[in-house]
Ligand binder design. Sequence first.
Ligand code: CAA
Ligand code: FAD
Length: 379
Amino acid sequence: MNFELTEEHLAVQAAAREFAQTELLPGVIERDEHQKFPTEQIKKMGELGFLGMMVDPKYGGGGMDTISYVLAMEEISKVDASASVVMSVNNSLVCWGIEKYGTEEQKQKYLPRLATGEIIGAFCLSEPEAGSDATSQRTTAEDKGDYYLLNGTKNWITNGSTASVYLVIAQTYPEKGHRGINALIVERGMEGFVVGPKENKLGIRGSDTHSLMFSDVKVPKENRIGEDGFGFKFAMQTLAGGRIGIASQALGIASGALELALKYSKERKAFGVEIAKHQAIQFKLADMATNIEAARLLCLQAAYDKDSHRDYGMSGAMAKLFASKVAMETTVEAVQIHGGYGFVKEYHVERLMRDAKITQIYEGTSEIQKIVISRELLK
Ligand code: CAA
Ligand code: FAD
C-alpha cells in the first residue's frame, strides 16, 4: 500500500492552490455578498484545464486521473466553493457523462468546448416533486419519430443561466417507470426552453442556481445519450462519480476552515496568551484535523477505486456522507475559534460555514448516501 502522491499529483495540487489563492481569494467575499457568478475566474479555470481534467486529451481534456481531480477540488474549495461546484458539475457530471456514454459525434461536438471552459454544462435531474425520489420524473420526452418533445420543469439547476449544454433527464414511457426514462442533450436557445429566476441562497451564493422550464422543446433523436430508456441508470452512474467531486468540495471547505482557524488561534490573544495555548482550542484543532484527514482518505479511496475500475458507488457515497458532516462540524468550530470575528464576513469562516451545508444536500442528501451504502452492505 502506497500513500505517496506522485510528482504529477503534487504539481496539480500546487497549481490549483496557486490559482485559488491568487485568482479566487481576492473577490470571493464580494461575489458571495452580491451573488455574482465568477465569470472571469471560471474562464481562466477552463484555460488552465480545471474544467475537463479527466477528459481524454483527444477531446481537449487533461487526461488526468480522479486523484488529481480530488486534489484540485480540495484546493479550489478551500477558497471558493461557488467556483468549485461549477468545476464539479462540469467535470464529473457533464464531461464524464458525455465521454462515458455519448456517441462519437456527441463527444466531438461538445467535449472540446466543455473541457476547455469555452462553454459550461449543467446536469438536470431534480424537479419540484422529484428530488431524492429521483425516479418520479414528471418531465416528459415524448417520442415523435426523429425528435423528442420535451415538457416540464427542472429545479435547482447549477449553472442554470450560464450553461450552454444541459443534460436533461425525462420520462418517455411512464408505464415502464425508471426503465422508461431518457437522458437528452439540450442546448441553450432551443425554442421553448426558458430559464427561471435565480435562487437567493444561504451558501455557494456565487454559483448560479435556477429552475428551467421546457415547453414543447424539440430535441433531435441524435441528442439522446445511450440506449432508449437508459436515462435513469445514466443519471445514477454519473452521480456515483459526481459524489466524489462533492465529497472533495466538502473536504476543501473543511480544510480551508482549519487553515484559517490555525492561523487565527496563533494570532489572537486572550488572558495574556495566544488562544492556541488554551487546551480547549488545541483539542478543537486536533479533532478538526483528525476528521479532515479521515475525510481526505475516504475521498482518495473513492478516487482510487474509480481510477482502478473498481466499483466506487459505495466508497463515493461514504466519502460524501462523511466529508460533508466534517465540513459542517469543522466550519462551526472554526467560527467558534474566531469568536465574534468569526461572525463577520472579513474572516471568511462564516461563508465557509454557510457553504458547507449544501454538501449535505445536493448530489443526494446524507440520508440518500446512507440508503446507497446500506443497500450495498445488505446486498
Ligand atoms: N448505477 C447504475 N444503476 C443504478 C445505480 C447505479 N449507481 N443505482 C441504482 N441503479 C438502478 C437500479 O439497479 C434500478 O434498476 P433496475 O430496476 O433495472 O435494477 C434503478 O436504478 C432504480 O433503482 P432503485 O430501485 O434503487 O431506485 P430508488 O427509487 O429506490 O432510488 C436512489 C434510488 C439511490 C435513492 C436514487 O433515487 C437517488 O440517488 N436519489 C438522489 C438523487 C440525487 O442524487 N440527485 C442529485 C441531483 S444532481 C445535483 O444535485 C447536482 C448538484 O447539486 C451540483
Ligand atoms: P427531498 O427529496 O424532498 O428531501 C427532503 C428531506 O427528506 C431530506 O432531508 C431528505 O434526505 C429526506 N428524505 C427523502 N427521502 C428519504 C428517504 N427515503 N429516507 C430518508 N430520508 C429521506 N439538482 C440537479 O438535478 N442538478 C443540479 O445542478 C442541482 N444543483 C443544486 C444546487 C443547489 C444549491 C441545491 C439546493 C440543489 C441542487 N440540486 C440539483 C437539487 C438537489 O440534488 C436536491 O435538492 C436534493 O437531491 C434533495 O432533493 P429535495 O430538495 O427535493 O429534497
